[in-house]
Design a protein around this ligand. Structure first.
Ligand code: PLP
Length: 381
């Protein structure tokens, strides 16, 4: 099938939601993807920071085949070992106490909202301007983008959201002060340690530690949404480690499964649901959990977090040297341009895949990227 035929199929049969790039992919290997015409691309966005091991990684392929032969799904009426082993591994690497699995990032945030309300009895949440936390009717309330929220404002589940400026602790203090005058209803503050969809917004060094201090002082839970920043993306396993803080609740997805759909909500000691308060048919399936465990173990065994820091630094330094207006942490880099869409299209012509948030071109490649790939990217941009 050629590209115009594929485009026609989409227009006729698929919901009108995606503003896609004009590339139809057939297969991938390592950091490269190929389209229907046989053109090869360097993948510099990894399916939006997801395919941390690149494409067709042997550890993922082997685990999917082996686990599918044993068991794919039984539901949570029964125990399965891969689910509990993954929960144990996640708690070990994060220092959190318990895990709940989800199918994606928005469900991880939904879980965090329910848990925060359940544990505090409070109904209000603080989110930040620019934040993206998902598109289901709870998490959408925390997502700041007007384009995502506005058409559905009347049916949002949580209307009790206060948006404050990101990277502004005085705004947080003021919001809490106002809340105290109004019966003290704030259950939690939710934020991304680095805002991803907003275009790689990196807060000041003291922001996270100060937010942690303020939330602790005021008995408010801190939910870190590391759906995008987790699993080595920023040069640490989790981005909160850069600042030595620990959240009460941690939302994860994207890189956790290397492309297999799975997410997780982790929480500290003292927080938990009662039986029956949360659940889901597909969540924590043996297949998803076995793949996720293989992905995390490969990230650790192949030292991909160190690689993320090293290649990220190399990319950023070279971009800055070449005069680009860029910023980043590990392999999460944003480049300001005059026209983000135009730059992404220009790079597609040259065989490089990136995405953009308005005029910020985002470089979020697989963690397996090597120097030669960075040079290929730098040569073409
Ligand atoms: C920080 C953050 N939270 C939540 C989500 C929602 O995740 P999903 O698209 O898997 O539902 C995203 C997606 O981009 C995200 O970047």
């Amino acid at each position: 099938m050629n590209f115009p035929e594929i485009k026609n199929l989409e227009e006729r049969y698929y919901a009108n939601v995606f503003g896609r790039l004009p590339v139809a992919v057939t297969h991938g290997k390592g950091i490269y993807l190929w389209d229907v015409s046989g053109k090869k691309y360097l993948d510099c966005f990894a399916g939006i920071a997801v395919s941390s091991l690149g494409h067709a990684h042997p550890a993922i392929v082997k685990t999917i085949a082996a686990q599918a032969k044993e068991l794919i799904h039984v539901s949570n009426w029964l125990y399965t070992i891969p689910q509990l082993e993954l929960a144990k591994l996640l708690c070990k690497i994060s220092g959190m106490n318990k895990a709940f699995f989800t199918n994606d990032g928005t469900e991880a945030v939904e879980c965090a909202l329910k848990l925060a309300h359940r544990m505090t009895g409070k109904t209000k949440f603080i989110s930040t301007r620019g934040a993206f936390h998902g598109r289901t009717l709870g998490s959408l309330g925390l997502t700041h983008s007007e384009k995502c929220r506005k058409p559905f404002e009347k049916i949002l589940k949580y209307k009790n959201i206060v948006f404050i400026d990101y990277n502004d602790c005085d705004a947080l203090r003021n919001a809490i002060k106002d809340d105290k005058k109004n019966n003290n209803k704030i259950a939690a503050v939710i934020l991304e340690p680095i805002q991803g969809e907003a275009g790689v917004v990196i807060p000041g060094e003291n922001y996270l530690p100060e937010v942690r201090e303020i939330t602790k002082e005021n008995d408010i839970l801190l939910i870190a949404d590391e759906v995008q920043t987790g699993f080595g993306r920023t040069g640490k396993m989790f981005a909160y480690e850069h600042r030595g803080v620990k959240p009460d609740i941690l939302c994860l997805a994207k890189g956790i499964g290397g492309g297999f759909p799975i997410g997780a909500c982790l929480f500290r000691e003292g927080l938990d649901f009662e039986k029956g308060e949360h659940g889901g048919t597909f969540i924590g399936s043996p297949l998803a959990c076995a793949v996720s465990k293989a992905v995390i173990e490969t990230i650790i065994k192949d030292k991909l977090i160190v690689n993320s820091e090293k290649q990220g630094r190399y990319l950023l330094e070279n971009l800055l040297d070449a005069g680009f207006d860029a910023r980043g942490k590990g392999l999460m880099i944003g480049i300001n341009t005059n026209d983000g869409k135009k730059k992404v299209m220009e790079l597609i012509e040259k065989g490089i895949l990136t995405i953009h948030s308005e005029n910020t071109v985002r470089i979020i490649p697989p963690l397996i990227i090597e120097k030669q790939h960075c040079d290929e990217f730098l040569g073409k941009i």
